[in-house]
Write a protein that binds this ligand. Structure first.
Ligand code: SF4
Ligand code: SF4
Length: 193
């Protein structure tokens, strides 16, 4: 376990935080969860770095997909799931295309995001999208400006989707309710206000 000293001053405690890795800090179940949810043999990563070299987010941020693979293998669950960089992957799949071990680092990231969401760690825009889909069946619903533009183009104001056929909405809501997504999105958003 990381050595914790009582510095009283929180800022100083953070500055002098023990940065060494200890075996008890590792959760061996973490890599199993990542592999099960992501359906990829992440433990086969040998840290060649091709993924980070392919990543469009890496040159513009501190996000390093190779580090996340390493953290998954070492069971550093807390560190991986609480890292804000987890949400900088664009899911472009370049790393998955090029990994010499035939791994899908993208899907490992998706798995970690799933696990983070289960601990209420999730950006607000994902939760707002859940609310929009619950309400309208769309992540990006129609609006008055688009309705006017569609009319000008000779189209019907509403497309051939749940906007026009709202009778399909209860089915969508049933799926979302089954996973308690809306309930959790509402709760997390309310807590953050
Ligand atoms: S490209 Fe594949 S093997 Fe290489 S570091 Fe990334 S995940 Fe690991
Ligand atoms: S899928 Fe994500 S991690 Fe992989 S290269 Fe694209 S942005 Fe980077």
């Amino acid at each position: 376990m990381a050595v914790k000293k009582d510095y009283k001053d929180q800022k100083l405690a953070e500055k002098l935080r023990d940065r060494k890795y200890y075996i008890p800090d590792s959760n061996p179940e973490f890599i199993k969860d990542v592999e099960k949810i992501g359906q990829t043999a992440a433990h086969m990563c040998y840290q060649c770095g091709t993924c980070t070299g392919s990543c469009p987010s890496a040159p513009r941020s501190s996000y390093r997909i190779r580090l996340f693979m390493r953290k998954a293998i070492l069971g550093l669950e807390e560190e991986a799931l609480t890292d804000p960089d987890l949400w900088l992957c664009t899911t472009c799949y370049s790393c998955t295309d090029r990994c010499p071990r035939d791994l899908a680092p993208t899907d490992a990231i998706m798995a970690m995001r799933n696990l983070a969401f289960k601990r209420d760690i999730v950006p607000r825009n994902f939760l707002q999208t859940v609310q929009l889909i619950y309400k309208s069946g769309h992540g990006v619903p129609n609006n008055d400006a688009n309705r006017a533009a569609r009319k000008k183009l000779g189209l019907e104001e509403e497309p051939e989707t749940t906007h026009k056929y709202p009778e399909y909405l209860p089915g969508i809501r049933k799926i979302i309710d089954h996973y308690k997504l809306k309930e959790n999105a509402d709760r997390i958003l309310a807590e953050g206000e």
